[in-house]
Design a protein around this ligand. Structure first.
Ligand SMILES: CC(C)(COP(=O)(O)OP(=O)(O)OC[C@H]1O[C@@H](n2cnc3c(N)ncnc32)[C@H](O)[C@@H]1OP(=O)(O)O)[C@@H](O)C(=O)NCCC(=O)NCCS
Length: 431
């Protein structure tokens, strides 16, 4: 048996897609979301597997795409496993952008699982990312028990909340001199990239969108979900500074009727943010608002007379992070407080250059991270450092759970003060 783990050649791309679950591999006779289907609704319509022509078209696009780096496992020439890294830019603490390998579309066919193929593909992707100068990898995990062993750990969360219209009133604030407007999809396509770019510059964890990110916006109805509607805000000078996508879905039950669903909302400043939410939470003829994929620390809660009106109904980890090149990653972000810390990493089997004791000297603008022979203040696992990197997790909790061992009285406090960010990291879309 000959096993090869390598990027697929151009003429192997169709086989590569077929190995991916839900593309054209297992279970290709089932609808896309079959594995997650758990509701009372009828079984979703059957999906048609991708045709040869579709596979060829995907290949033609992916081969040209310099940001797309596929990897595959071949056993005796047959493609049995696939994954890919996409080169992204992600906002790191301090507002700089860091280069990041976004791991996605991972699958090993059922008959070949648990033979170490994912581990080998991950190793190959890490090495290729390091060669491209990407000191960090991120992914979203289908199951929480898969990726910790590769050094990934949650870095951002997403929250779904609901709000009852009759309980939600905005606190009074200065009059908004700007204006709101309902626009069509063509206009929304123009507005989204501008607003997102402004927001991304300040939001730790946010990704630079891939080309075509908003091409699919449309005014057409999506079954019972109804059409997407677009609400924009202009400041007093006429510049668009906020946008929301929302739906008013049809519902077969009175329980869920009158629910306004906010699918996305971005605002470049608090005035636009308040104005957009102000209309959406008090939309005539609706009873409630639901918003998913939102950050943990939604400022809207603090704008309400009754903050309890907003109820979190679901919260899950979103992107997981993995530092591939610890010194480089730590030097590209900035720190809340200037300071020094010596830390030891000894558990990184996949990127062994990260093991050793490091001396981090952090300033707000310039930081260094170099190997040292000095005694460490603490020992930290690669996954804990990866979680803390974007500043949203608690160093104390990770220490409590045994991922960090302190060797001095204040080492955990110093780590927490240095890495913390005052705004929770968040990414508004995944990959
Ligand atoms: C998840 C998947 C890609 C793993 O591939 P694989 O080739 O079986 O993984 P490996 O054999 O390299 O396993 C590496 C390690 O992860 C563990 N592991 C793999 N999948 C796991 C899972 N779903 N749950 C828990 N542990 C898992 C293995 O036991 C092994 O552990 P070890 O290093 O302690 O021995 C494959 O099972 C799959 O395609 N699943 C369905 C689709 C899916 O979930 N894709 C992930 C999308 S994010």
């Amino acid at each position: 048996m000959v096993t090869e783990v390598r990027p697929p050649r151009d003429d192997e791309m169709a086989a590569y897609y077929r190995a991916l679950p839900f593309a054209n591999g297992l279970p290709n006779w089932e609808p896309e979301d079959a594995a997650w289907h758990g509701g009372p609704e009828p079984w979703p319509p059957q999906r048609t597997p991708a045709s040869e022509e579709q596979l060829k078209n995907w290949a033609a696009t992916d081969i040209k795409d310099e940001a797309f780096h596929p990897i595959a496992t071949f056993v005796d020439g047959r493609c049995v496993g696939a994954s890919a890294a996409i080169s992204f830019e992600v906002t790191v603490p301090g507002g700089r952008t860091g280069r990041m390998a976004g791991v996605t579309a991972t699958g090993v066919i059922a008959t070949h699982r648990r033979r170490g193929y994912l581990r080998q593909m991950m190793q190959a992707m890490f090495e290729a990312a390091l060669e491209r100068g990407e000191p960090l990898a991120m992914l979203s995990a289908s199951e929480g028990s898969i990726y910790g062993r590769f050094g990934f750990s949650p870095a951002t969360y997403r929250t779904r909340w609901e709000l009852a219209r009759h309980e939600a009133t905005l606190l009074s604030a200065e009059a908004d001199l700007g204006s709101l407007e309902l626009v069509d999809a063509a206009q929304a396509k123009k507005v989204w990239p501008r607003v997102h770019a402004e927001v991304r510059a300040h939001r730790v964890g946010e990704l630079k969108p891939l080309p075509g990110r908003w091409d699919g916006l449309s005014d057409a109805a999506d079954g019972t979900n109804g059409p997407l509607r677009y609400l924009t805000h202009r400041d007093q000078h006429g510049n668009v500074d906020g946008i929301a996508n929302f739906r008013l879905p049809w519902s077969p039950t009175t329980d869920h009727a009158g629910m306004l669903v906010v699918e996305a909302l971005e605002a470049a400043n608090p005035v636009a943010y308040r104005a957009l939410w102000g209309l959406l939470i008090d939309f005539d003829l609706t009873k409630a608002v639901v918003a998913a994929g939102r950050p943990l620390d939604e400022p809207l809660r603090w704008m309400l007379t009754n903050p309890r009106a907003m109820r979190i109904t679901r919260q899950t980890d979103n992107l997981w992070a993995r530092l591939l090149d610890v010194p480089r990653a730590l030097m590209q972000r900035s720190y809340q407080t200037s300071g020094e810390l010596r830390f030891t990493i000894s558990d990184d089997q996949m990127c062994p250059a990260n093991n050793g004791t490091w001396h981090l000297t952090a300033g707000k603008s310039l930081s260094t991270c170099v190997p040292t022979d000095e005694t460490a203040d603490l020992t930290i696992t690669i996954s804990a450092l990866s979680s803390l990197y974007f500043g949203g997790m608690s160093a104390r909790h990770l220490a409590y759970a045994g991922h960090i061992t302190s060797h001095t009285d204040d080492a955990i406090g110093q780590l927490a003060r240095m890495l913390w960010t005052d705004c929770e990291p968040h990414n508004s879309f995944g990959f």
